[in-house]
Design a protein around this ligand. Structure first.
Ligand SMILES: Nc1ncnc2c1ncn2[C@@H]1O[C@H](COP(=O)(O)OP(=O)(O)OP(=O)(O)O)[C@@H](O)[C@H]1O
Length: 623
């Protein structure tokens, strides 16, 4: 390739995060340096995919007779390893943007984890860091690229320090379209010049790349070193678990093992092949706000887009390929959204994925638990969004409850207590706090199981009116909860409960008077057995946890709660005989009932200083 520059190259600094990442790569003791080749080959393959796609509308982008390929050239004399593709190429700005910045916010957060981790280098292997991995083996990298459809070619050169240089090739048209990446290898990376090593890595990691990978060793005729077949088009019986694992890693650019594999061919009105995987590890972009999926759409083995939203957002963790036979190759954006065949495929595949998760949960609970731990909070978004599949998603869901972990609603319903007709839950932000929340008392005293919901998404889906197996889901911190029909199992405890004859109406009136506008109502609680008070939301409004979360995101205000009191509690009983003047003992107790309930819900009293002095006053009086 001609790399003479017409003008002096221009230096550009790396974005701060890139510089930080490179620093880590260069100094990392990470031993799995092989991954660099895999990263460069997958980028080359993506570039070939993109060119083939653009050429559907614009066939002259691919010269006659040329089929996309990737060539690897080790040059022992020059101590360089080149990876050359005939893909889409990059223009000047794309070189700067793609190889000088980190666009994905997920990568940034990965980076901070890398920096924080004691042995961050292990994480490199888990996530892959794309192109920049090449700096583990190269002291200098020269990229020469010619964007298809343009006349110019540019070079990008870096030694991995603070920045890179951009130059222009004098005769751009002498450079074939595509990208060549020349790695000037570090002394300890010379093994990558051995053809044996290259073949080993390609067959381990990149055999599934759909384009031929050619190895050109000196003057020998280049030979193909991968099988270059679309694995999803092969029949299941030909494939081993290792084939699937390799395909997953190569299609998803992943480093973990797939926890679930779904491979089938749909025939009938529409024909298409499906190869989908559920990862076993949480990818770092799972909670990007765009909630984009990662399933690639192919049409007759030609990559079309990875942006077709082939699965609902709550299945965005699923990776893989759907290859349709009967769609036109030149699918426009509108067609992607409105094509009835794609709509049909979307629906059928989502149902299949959920079905597969269902059968995995029955056949292999341990593997399903892995998927649930990593992606449960995402799947639960579907309970809220996918009305049609709500029941199925609820059935898939696993919960930590007062009876144990990983409980399904089916388990819950099987253990219902006599006369129990509802499924109870309590939402909050910490499991420990929920476990000690007084709102559980009445349920506990009857041995009733309660779902403890601590994922941020729980407050949302549980706000929809839901039932499972005909049993409505009911929050213990909202509206009326009456468990009186369900027998108590702690009869001994009830014997010890003080039988105080508190005047209900008078006590409530005193508390109301003291708290004024702070609460919407004061009621006698059926939820409490031992604690003095708790706060609940009115029956019609949202659950308190949801309100609190929405308020934190400035999406609504908190309505006034209802204070529920336990008439049997000695503190409540004290009100009757206490000084009822404004600011007197009765008022102090009323405030204390409110404020301790707030604290138990994980909130702070509105005026912590006043809270402290009231508490001190009461304690001193007692002493
Ligand atoms: N050979 C290439 N041809 C064309 N573009 C390339 C090539 N290599 C890299 N790029 C561009 O540079 C971008 C950054 O590459 P990089 O490998 O760092 O991340 P990525 O491929 O986007 O992500 P990941 O590898 O983690 O999935 C790519 O998205 C692509 O746009």
């Amino acid at each position: 390739m001609t790399t003479t520059d017409t003008a002096a190259p221009v230096s550009q600094p790396f974005q701060a995060e890139v510089a930080e990442l490179l620093n880590l790569m260069v100094h990392s003791v990470y031993s799995e340096t092989d991954i660099f080749l895999r990263e460069l080959i997958s980028n080359a393959s993506d570039a070939c995919d993109k060119l083939r796609y653009e050429a559907i509308a614009n066939p002259q982008l691919i010269p006659d007779g040329q089929s996309p390929n990737i060539t690897i050239i080790p040059d022992k004399a020059a101590n360089t390893l080149s990876i050359i593709d005939t893909g889409i190429g990059m223009d000047r700005q794309e070189l700067i943007d793609n190889l000088g910045t980190i666009a994905k916010s997920g990568t940034k957060s990965f980076l901070s984890r890398l920096t924080e981790a004691k042995d961050g280098s292990n994480l490199i292997g888990q996530f892959g860091v794309g192109f920049y991995a090449a700096f583990m083996v190269a002291e200098k990298i020269v990229v020469t690229s010619h964007r298809a459809g343009t006349h110019d070619a540019f070079t990008w050169t870096s030694t991995g320090g603070a920045g890179f240089e951009i130059g222009q090739v004098s005769d751009g048209m002498s450079v074939p379209t595509g990208t060549s990446i020349v790695l000037h290898l570090k002394d300890d990376a010379k093994k990558y010049l051995d053809t044996y090593e290259i073949e080993r890595i390609v067959s381990a990691y990149s055999d599934n790349i759909q384009f031929p990978i050619m190895l050109k060793d000196g003057d020998a005729v280049p030979r193909q070193i991968n099988s270059a077949s679309a694995l999803w088009q092969r029949s299941k019986s030909e494939l081993t678990p290792e084939d699937y694992s390799a395909a997953y890693k190569s299609i998803a650019h992943a480093y973990d093992e797939p926890a679930m594999t779904l491979h089938y061919r749909a025939e009938g009105r529409y024909s298409y092949a499906v190869l989908l995987f559920a990862p076993s590890q949480k990818p770092f972009d799972l909670f990007e706000p765009n909630r984009k999926g990662h399933v690639k759409l192919y049409v007759r083995r030609v990559f079309i887009t990875d942006d077709a939203d082939l699965l609902p957002s709550y299945l965005r963790f699923i990776r893989g390929v759907i290859d349709a036979e009967d769609l036109p190759l030149n699918l426009s954006r509108e067609m992607l959204q409105n094509n009835p065949q794609l709509a049909q495929i979307r629906k059928a595949v989502a149902t299949r994925v959920i079905g597969e998760l269902e059968s995995l949960s029955e056949k292999d609970a341990e593997t399903f638990a892995k998927i649930w731990d990593a992606f449960g909070p995402v799947i639960k978004e579907g309970i809220y969004e996918d009305f049609e599949r709500r029941e199925k998603l609820l059935a898939l869901s696993r919960f930590t409850t007062t009876s144990g972990e990983k409980r399904s609603l089916k388990d819950y319903v099987a253990d219902l207590k006599p006369n129990q007709t509802e499924i109870y839950y309590l939402a909050g932000d910490s499991l420990d706090r929920l476990k000690s929340n007084p709102k559980l008392e009445a349920a506990k005293s009857r041995g009733i199981e309660v779902l403890l919901l601590t994922d941020a998404v729980d407050a949302f889906w549980s706000s929809a009116p839901l039932d499972f197996d005909g049993k409505p889901l009911k929050s213990l911190s909202q509206g009326e909860v009456n468990l009186d029909l369900i027998p108590r199992i702690d009869e001994d405890a009830t014997k010890d409960e003080p039988k105080t004859e508190t005047d209900e109406a008078a006590t409530i009136a005193v508390i109301k008077e003291a708290l004024g506008e702070r609460v919407s109502d004061v009621k006698v609680s059926t939820r409490l057995t031992t604690s003095a008070s708790c706060l609940v939301a009115g029956g019609a409004g949202p659950d308190r946890e949801l309100e609190r979360m929405l308020a934190m995101q400035n999406r609504g205000s908190i309505t006034k709660p209802i204070l529920e009191i336990n008439l049997r509690h000695p503190l409540v009983a004290k009100i009757a005989g206490a000084d009822k003047a404004a600011g007197g003992e009765a008022s102090d107790i009323a405030f204390l009932l409110l404020e301790q309930a707030q604290i138990l819900d994980g909130e702070l009293p509105e005026d912590p200083a006043a809270f402290a002095s009231r508490l001190n006053r009461l304690v001193l009086r007692g002493l």
